[in-house]
Design a protein around this ligand. Structure first.
Ligand code: NOJ
Ligand code: CA
Length: 545
């Protein structure tokens, strides 16, 4: 089959950096842009193609940067615009693209736009946000609930109206139905594109369009179906009207057109944070003509029952929806991010190695969360060190996101090389750095770091893996998920064992193979697929001859 040459955001691998936690260059306990620049050699050696940075913009930090008070600048905590330019130039010099976070749904309540908007009902910026009168009895205008718990409306005494906030009350929602808001927010994209960025990760992308009448959400009937992620109070409603209104597709088409206009010299990219698990609905955000987001994030591997049949069903669901959408539609996968418990804590360190092999061999752009290449675990956060507003507002539900945001583990010194030993980092460094750190793993030929590197190198040099087709393989034990990736004559069989049982694989039709890599990094060479032994927690990539 003729193979189209894929763009970097399809064939490449993206690496997410949470700037507060990556590398602290000035010893104030908080990671910063200069810190990231100082670690680009590491990232180049690791073999990723692009970095995505969570927000580094000026912010009161009520939601650690997802509450922005100036879209076109850098918070002094993280550095300056000059530091940003230097980081981009240094990344580009190493062939690493830079993707930045774009937070269109809400600003900080300290943003000058909101400060004006709340001044009076007549203020020209009043309509930039969503203001409504109370109900006759003084209640909020509708029953919407904030993702972080409590009503999605905050009463403003001074002007006698409520404003909408899908997240914290310090994060008022912008009104994207106001043409000036849209125009100004599209200019923000241009600002960063002109500064050389290669793309955007769009925060809660489909939240920007809501029901124009702001109707009540229906109540969620009790159900035995396991939830994607139990979210406390938020789960009481079906989120029919407070996000994902069909009008959002028009906005995504405008964003895509803008990015296309910037893509003549080199391709620019957008990935939307969209938690939707009906795969046809999810795929709709690519646009029927692939003219909307380059991709909506696929969270199918996160918070799933970590078993082969469930994973296979999910992957086939995604593949099916994409093939119904468009022959060129291209998938993507993640194992985690700054909002989810770390993969190595969710599935255990042994399975985390297999999970990395799976992520880096599926059909679709992988986005890797910093530290997962080492098998970093969730940190233990003592109650008095908890910082995340989600966890603090709804204690006891395990919603706090601090554990997955602990500092990157560079070496085994006090504070793991993230910041100076005498400094208190913003979140504690995990005490396991003698095993889980770059320095500890670099010299160990079978470490998780060297597995991640080997898989990244293999994916990059293997068209079957970085752009080939996907086919499920039948006839393996139910604990095993097996598939073939193919480009031209090049075929790779991927075998993954989701259990701690040894499995006998018998695929006589596939004949002989050449085992290229095991997740244990301890074997390679000729194998007979009629009688193959897949060890506990093992993943393998095998060249089919
Ligand atoms: C999703 C982000 O990933 C999360 O960290 C943030 O709290 C919310 N959006 C609100 O911006
Ligand atoms: Ca710092």
């Amino acid at each position: 089959m003729a193979q189209k040459n894929r763009a970097w955001w399809q064939s490449g691998v993206i690496y997410q950096i949470y700037p507060r936690s990556y590398m602290d260059s000035n010893n104030d306990g908080i990671g910063d842009l200069k810190g990231i620049t100082s670690r680009l050699d590491y990232l180049q050696e690791l073999g990723i193609d692009a970095i995505w940075l969570s927000p580094f913009y000026p912010s009161p930090m009520a939601d650690f940067g997802y509450d922005i008070s100036d879209y076109c600048n850098v918070d002094p905590l993280f550095g300056t615009l000059a530091d940003f330019d230097e980081m981009v130039a240094a990344a580009h010099a190493r062939g690493i693209r830079v993707v930045v976070d774009y937070v269109p749904n809400h600003t900080s309540d300290q943003h000058p736009w909101f400060q004006e908007s709340r001044r009076s009902r007549q203020n020209p910026k009043r309509d930039w946000y969503v203001w409504r009168d109370p109900k006759a009895n003084g209640d909020p205008p509708n029953n919407w609930i904030s993702v972080f718990g409590g009503p999605a409306w905050e009463y403003d005494e001074a002007t006698g109206q409520y404003y909408l906030h899908s997240f914290l009350s310090q994060q008022p929602d912008l009104n994207w139905r106001n043409p000036e808001v849209k125009k100004t927010m599209l200019e923000v994209l241009r600002f960063w594109l002109d500064r050389g960025v290669d793309g955007f990760r769009i925060d809660v992308a489909h939240f920007i369009m809501k029901d124009p009448e702001l109707r009540d959400n229906p109540l969620q009937p009790p159900s035995d179906e396991p939830n994607w992620k139990p979210m406390g109070e938020y789960d009481r409603l079906i989120h029919l009207h407070d996000r994902g209104h069909p009008d959002v597709h028009g906005v995504f088409r405008e964003i895509r057109a803008l990015l296309n206009a910037y893509s003549t010299e080199r391709p620019r990219y957008s990935v939307g944070e969209i938690h939707v698990f009906d795969w046809d609905d999810w795929a709709s955000y690519y646009g029927r003509n692939l003219d909307e987001l380059h991709m909506p994030f696929n969270f199918g591997l996160v918070n799933i029952d970590w078993k082969a049949p469930a994973i296979r069903k999910m992957v086939e669901g995604v593949e099916g929806a994409l093939s119904r959408l468009h022959p060129e539609a291209w998938s993507n996968y993640v194992l985690g991010n700054h909002d989810e418990h770390r993969i190595a804590s969710r599935v255990g360190p042994e399975q985390a190695r297999m999970a990395m092999l799976l992520l880096l061999s599926l059909r679709g752009t992988p986005t890797l969360y910093y530290g997962d290449e080492l098998g970093m675990l969730d940190g233990d956060i003592p109650a008095d060190k908890e910082k995340d507003p989600w966890g603090l507002r709804q204690p006891g539900l395990g919603l706090g996101r601090d554990p997955e945001r602990t500092p990157m583990q560079w070496d085994a010194s006090v504070n793991g090389g993230f910041t100076a030993p005498e400094v208190e980092p913003w979140l504690p460094v995990s005490p396991n750095t003698s095993e889980i750190s770059v320095a500890a793993q670099r010299g160990n030929p079978r470490s998780m770091l060297n597995l991640s590197k080997a898989l990244l190198t293999m994916r990059r040099s293997t068209p079957a893996l970085n752009q080939g087709t996907y086919t499920s393989v039948e006839g393996v034990p139910p604990e095993c998920f097996a598939f073939i990736r193919q480009a031209g004559d090049q075929k790779r069989l991927v075998l993954t064992n989701f259990t701690s049982l040894d499995l006998r694989i018998s695929l006589p039709n596939l004949g002989q193979g050449n085992l290229l890599i095991s997740s244990y990094l301890d074997r390679a060479g000729r194998v007979d697929l009629a009688a193959f032994h897949l060890r506990e927690n093992e993943g393998c990539i095998i060249e089919l001859l």
